[in-house]
Design a protein around this ligand. Structure first.
Ligand SMILES: Cc1cc2nc3c(=O)[nH]c(=O)nc-3n(C[C@H](O)[C@H](O)[C@H](O)COP(=O)(O)OP(=O)(O)OC[C@H]3O[C@@H](n4cnc5c(N)ncnc54)[C@H](O)[C@@H]3O)c2cc1C
Length: 502
């Protein structure tokens, strides 16, 4: 989670793995664990706050509220830490690191390093490594929660009984403030054949301890691409089926094309403009039947991964009973301060539809905690969209794309440079990709940037922070950056701004 760690997150909460396993344990005011204080339906246990879900926002909020002297019940139905810790960021980035090691080992000769013998991925070791990281984080979070001074942990599925009462099994609790942090899950489309053919999602693929001979992936956005490239590097044959004309369609075409070139260069088969309409076969011999203008109308593989999007875990939460409004896709409607339409109920993280990332969920926590406990006036509209796509090289994205900026009516200037012209990339032997920055020619505001190249996930922050500082682009243009880094080329990009080729 944005325990983001091993050492987890940057602020105090983010070091929780090491914390709270001692001091507070001795003085719990409310004992942790449901089994220790069962309450009958008729005698609801009252708390100052109830938090549903131990994902990226719930646990740090529980800690902040407890530290502020409030009694808190936190309810988790499955794994502490939620998606990021157990089936998302942490395990995938651990596996991406293994895939990178395999890739670099195969390229050893490029660097003058001789490896005698085959480079082969051992899926059991890879799995054990990522499992260790997830477990360390998960147990750290659970331990922190169970040791909160004013906290109680309930395990089970939470459901609203009224706008201020929640039940977990036979137990009921009430609070004036309820925070929903239930996250989301992989969408399983209603596609003929899927009920009879085994398939993987981002959760079940975590259990693989052998390398699939041929992994077929439906969906060409970030989840599909991360798994696609990593399994290709582990030795699988990989085919990605995408119904759109290009991968990662939220990005500009030049970025999508560069990503496609990298994946094709590694031997991944792409089927674009291809909509999967039916699945057939059995374990080990699966066929995806596709509606496509070009190429074969079927793709055969041994394993099938669905990566077609996420849906919020809001369908079985009793939200209607509580009167909480959802949109047509099931996301809980919130205002700029993350309040739902029902006073005293907030929704944080992926379930509110305002970001499907760990950093957006964590930022939701920071907004709510600041507003409730520190008299803050923070809003989600203050944040700048940003995300990382963790293929290799990684893509770091901040703010608007060129297409979005144009659509919003900005008069734009663009700076662009291939990674082949970045000294740091040349020295590292990693010259795939490009960097691109977009500014408003009139206001001199930086509107957005994409760095698809080595270190792009880190380097993007020099642009992001300048955007947060609302500094005009010449401030960054005139900054002296360290040589040799990817960031040192950002001022140069700004010197080379030009109108977009139309
Ligand atoms: C493969 C993959 C890779 C990813 N990589 C990244 C990445 O690199 N960077 C990034 O920023 N984001 C990444 N994400 C997205 C990120 O993991 C999620 O956006 C983030 O975890 C959402 O956090 P959350 O707190 O909203 O919900 P979650 O982390 O999903 O937590 C919700 C929790 O609520 C619990 N819950 C649900 N319903 C109930 C109920 N009724 N009662 C009790 N408990 C309940 C769930 O069990 C879960 O523990 C990735 C996602 C995937 C799938």
């Amino acid at each position: 989670m944005r325990t983001r760690t091993g050492v987890h997150s940057p602020k105090s909460w983010r070091n929780l793995q090491d914390s709270r396993s001692d001091g507070l344990k001795a003085v719990p005011c409310i004992t942790a664990s449901d089994s220790q204080h069962p309450t009958e339906d008729s005698m609801a246990q009252n708390y100052d706050a109830i938090i549903i879900g131990a994902g990226q926002a719930g646990p740090p909020l529980a800690r902040r509220l407890s530290d502020a002297g409030q009694s808190v019940a936190l309810i988790e139905r499955h794994l502490f830490g939620g998606t990021c810790v157990n089936t998302g960021c942490i395990p995938t980035k651990a596996m991406v690191a293994s895939a990178y090691a395999a890739h670099l080992a195969r390229r050893g000769l490029d660097y003058g390093v001789i490896i005698n013998g085959d480079v082969r991925a051992d899926m059991q070791i890879i799995k054990a490594r990522k499992d260790r990281m997830s477990e360390q984080s998960r147990t750290g979070i659970e331990k922190m929660l169970r040791n909160l001074r004013r906290g109680a942990v309930y395990t089970g599925h939470a459901r609203f009984r009224t706008a201020h009462e929640v039940s977990v099994g036979s137990q009921t609790m009430s609070a004036d403030r309820i925070f929903i942090n239930v996250g989301g899950r992989a969408v399983v489309p209603s596609m003929p054949g899927l009920d009879r053919v085994p398939f993987l999602t981002n959760s079940s693929i975590m259990d693989l301890d052998t390398v699939p001979p041929h992994l077929v992936i439906i969906g060409g956005s970030y989840v599909g691409l991360e798994f696609g490239q990593m399994f290709r590097r582990f030795g699988s044959q990989v085919t990605i089926i995408e119904m759109g004309a290009r991968l990662v369609q939220r990005e500009d075409e030049d970025i999508s094309t560069a990503i496609q070139d990298v994946l094709i260069g590694e031997g991944i088969a792409l089927r674009l403009n291809a909509q999967c309409i039916r699945i057939s076969g059995d374990a080990g011999a699966i066929t995806a039947h596709i509606d496509c203008a070009e190429g074969s109308p079927s793709v055969e593989g041994t394993h099938l991964l669905l990566a077609v999007g996420r849906q919020p875990n809001t369908d079985d939460l009793g939200l209607d009973t509580a009167g909480v409004t959802r949109d047509e896709r099931g996301y809980i409607a919130v205002n700029d301060r993350l309040e739902t339409n029902v006073p005293g109920i907030w929704a944080l993280g992926e379930c509110n539809g305002h970001g499907a990332f760990t950093h957006t969920a964590y930022n939701d926590f920071e907004i709510v905690a600041s507003n409730l406990l520190n008299g803050g006036a923070r809003k989600i509209s203050d944040r700048i969209p940003a995300y990382g796509l963790y293929i290799d090289p990684p893509l770091g994205r901040a703010g608007l794309t060129e297409t979005e900026a144009g659509r919003d009516g900005h008069k734009i200037l663009i700076g662009k440079r291939p990674m082949t012209r970045v000294s740091r990339a040349l020295e590292k032997g990693e010259t795939n990709g490009l960097m691109k920055i977009i500014v408003d020619s009139q206001s001199q505001e930086i509107l957005g940037a994409a760095i698809f190249g080595t270190g792009g996930d880190e380097a993007i922050h020099c642009v992001l922070d300048t955007m947060y500082a609302r500094a005009p682009y010449p401030v960054l243009e005139h900054a002296m950056h360290i040589h040799p880094t990817v960031c040192e080329l950002i001022p140069t990009l700004l010197e080379e701004l030009a109108p977009p080729a139309s």
